[in-house]
Design a protein around this ligand. Structure first.
Ligand code: ACM
Length: 261
């Protein structure tokens, strides 16, 4: 299976510019590609009103419709982070769009810092979705620091975890290597690049998108500040083997009877 990420810098509030970036996928050949978090809007909102004016319905909004068009035409699946508006509620969401026209939505469960002022916490369950003889799960950015999130996807059978991100903290991408190893799962971390300044707030995003194998090898890695598309071939069924040694299975050996509930 061919999987990849597209690292770029969304332009705040400029949907047309962001759609032009996304349309580059019309020239890409892969089975699955992951785009950054909030790739239709940018990140640093000044108010809920501003976010409300930019957020979109899923699946009827213009960004999801563009993703569906690309997925159908190119016969590929896309995971992309979007600002979602659902019945007036605003979510930091991710869509998984398949070539046959299915759209699955995950709403970010663990909001980071000021996101808490603008977005509502996600209410979708951590799920895995069938695609091409594999199973795909979604996380968004800061979810990386809650091991339960990735573990839940893997307990649902996810073999490839797709993680749109707007990473900021310097250790963020290293954490995803641990998540991959402890779950024996592939992780595609698609981060954004660039500097965003809005009023008094500013953020430098750190790029370094990566694809990690179930044993923690980084098989694709992007730079800190360049727009990049990287695609690799993987044998996704490697993620089915949950044995660390012949006597240790990461799922069966869990001591849920001893864990804090
Ligand atoms: C983040 O969750 N965007 C850091």
């Amino acid at each position: 299976m061919r999987i990849g990420f597209y690292q770029f810098s969304p332009i705040f509030g400029d949907k047309q510019a962001n759609h032009d970036k996304i349309a580059k996928l019309f020239n890409v050949n892969t089975d699955l590609i992951v785009l950054p978090e909030l790739c239709n809007t940018g990140y640093l909102f000044k108010s809920r009103t501003e976010l409300k004016n930019l957020a979109e319905n899923i699946p009827n909004g213009e960004t999801t419709r563009l993703l569906m068009q690309i997925a159908r035409k190119k016969n590929l699946a896309i995971v992309a982070g979007l600002a979602e508006k659902y019945k007036g509620i605003l979510y930091n969401s991710s869509v998984f769009v398949t070539p046959s026209g299915k759209v699955h939505t995950y709403r970010k469960a663990h909001l980071f810092c000021d996101e808490k002022f603008y977005f509502t916490r996600g209410n979708t369950k951590f799920q895995a979705y069938k695609y091409k003889n594999s199973k795909i799960g979604m996380l968004i950015c800061f979810d990386y620091i809650f091991p339960e999130a990735c573990r839940s996807l893997v307990l649902h059978g996810a073999e490839i975890v797709c993680q749109p991100a707007n990473l900021i903290l310097p250790y963020a991408e290293r954490v995803t290597i641990s998540r991959a190893i402890e779950n024996r799962v592939f992780i595609v971390l698609a981060n954004r690049i660039g500097f965003e300044k809005r009023g008094k707030k500013h953020i430098q995003f750190i790029g370094r998108s990566q694809i990690v194998t179930p044993t923690g090898e980084v098989i694709a890695k992007a730079s800190y500040d360049e727009e990049e598309i990287k695609i690799v071939n993987i044998y996704h069924k490697l993620a089915i083997n949950k044995n660390v040694t012949k006597y240790n299975n990461i799922l069966k050996d869990r001591r849920v009877d001893l864990y804090f509930k």
